[in-house]
Design a protein around this ligand. Structure first.
Ligand code: GDD
Ligand code: MN
Length: 373
């Protein structure tokens, strides 16, 4: 064992956490490469394999490697998934620095030494292996579709973080800075993104170092369509975390738009049935308001405590109707008193809609679907 490690009560300097699912055949080459690179750098280490019932030879391979290398196998049976495997694995870590990487050798172990150096020197609080900084690169075999896919995923996450490759699963933190479990809430693959946003690493010092992202040679990628949809849900939750009110307002506006469709969709058939158009208009308002109330309850304010549905819908329809009065009142006031709006009535209409929306949004947010019932 290294002298530094002895000073640290027998703990290694670096804990490498690797989530695995069906990676038995990658574990030996990965471990050997890590051993070689970290010996070169003079770093002591442990490798924590966070395995989800892979149904392959992972157990045997780990037992075999354990004779020669500092391997710890964590056999997970609950809460399957890459991100929570990493969180569980990190909890076992004894090293001063925690490095997270894939098992399939997409992430080069040769970058670990520099990650550790930057963290130990205090030059960064988080270090990420990045394909998108000078010197970084993606495997040549990648199809245009895969590049496009990653580009879209990356672009969607960019407003949340400062890094150029927020998709990366190769990153390192000092163990002392690893966020407590209850601060994180990842769904799907992107644990580093969750850490950056929820534990606010994005606002401190995240350093990216260039890596060559190699394609896996053995086994299969687990990145399915289902994972990608999870990613969109994860993103939505991160945006909500970062900008709760604006995101709620946008959802509210989308729901409002859907309400227009319901409104028109009821109005037209009623008129078609021979009903007087003014009566049809008065009727179609209600199903639209009801559907808005339901959707806002389920989605826009879906994270608020639920009150009795009938009561909340009733309250919502009152708030929305008052909102309509604000909308109409604003229109009337502007067109009657301001020459400009008398001329450009459509602008008065839009101003009224916005004022009404803001009124209804505030009422829904502060009264109907309030945070504490
Ligand atoms: N424990 C556990 N449970 N591990 C899992 C699971 C799971 O459900 N799903 C995947 N893994 C492990 C894999 O065994 C592998 O070691 C690692 O997580 C990454 O999985 P891959 O299937 O190889 O992912 P990928 O190459 O498509 O996706 C990677 O994309 C990024 C860059 O675009 C991500 O995993 C990132 O780490 C990577 O940087
Ligand atoms: Mn991979």
């Amino acid at each position: 064992m290294q002298p530094d490690a002895d000073m640290n009560q027998g703990q290694p300097q670096v804990s490498i956490v690797v989530p695995t699912y069906g990676e038995a055949n990658n574990l030996r080459p990965l471990t050997e490469l890590i051993a070689e690179e970290l010996a070169k750098a003079g770093l002591s280490w442990e490798l924590i394999i966070a395995n989800d019932e892979s149904g392959d030879a992972t157990d045997e391979v780990c037992a075999d490697l354990d004779r020669q290398y500092p391997i710890r196998l964590l056999n997970r049976t609950a809460n399957r998934g890459l991100s929570y495997a990493v969180i569980d694995g990190a909890e076992l870590a004894g090293g001063q620095v925690i490095v997270v990487m894939d098992a399939d050798m997409s992430h080069p172990p040769s970058a670990i030494a520099e990650m550790v150096r930057l963290l130990e020197a205090g030059e960064a609080d988080m270090v990420m292996g990045s394909r998108n900084v000078a010197g970084g690169k993606t495997d040549e075999s990648w199809s245009l579709f895969r590049h496009l896919n990653t580009f879209v995923a990356t672009t969607l996450a960019r407003p949340l973080v400062v890094v150029r490759d927020p998709m990366s699963g190769f990153f390192a933190l000092r163990r002392a800075d690893w966020p407590a479990r209850d601060r994180l809430d990842p769904i799907g693959y992107k644990i580093a993104l969750d850490i950056m946003v929820r534990a606010r690493f994005s606002r401190t010092r995240v350093r990216e170092i260039p890596i060559y992202f190699a394609d896996r040679k053995i086994g299969e990628s687990k990145l399915t369509m289902r994972e990608q949809l999870k990613y969109l849900r994860h993103l939505y939750r991160l945006y909500r975390f970062r900008w709760p009110r604006p995101v709620e307002f946008m959802m509210f506006a989308l729901v409002g738009l859907s309400g227009v469709i319901v409104d028109v969709g009821v109005y037209l058939p009623l008129v078609g049935l021979g009903l007087h158009h003014e009566i049809a208009r008065a009727i179609s308002y209600w199903p639209a308001t009801l559907s808005n109330g339901l959707l806002n309850r389920a989605f826009t304010f879906g994270d608020r405590p639920r009150g009795a549905i009938g009561v909340q819908l009733f309250q919502y329809s009152i708030v929305a109707s008052l909102g309509f009065l604000v909308n109409w009142g604003c229109y009337a006031l502007l067109t009657r008193n301001v020459d400009f709006f008398a001329e450009y009535k459509v602008l008065a209409l839009i101003a009224g809609i916005l004022a009404g929306m803001m009124f209804t949004f505030s009422g829904a947010h502060k009264l109907v679907f309030r945070k504490r019932l």
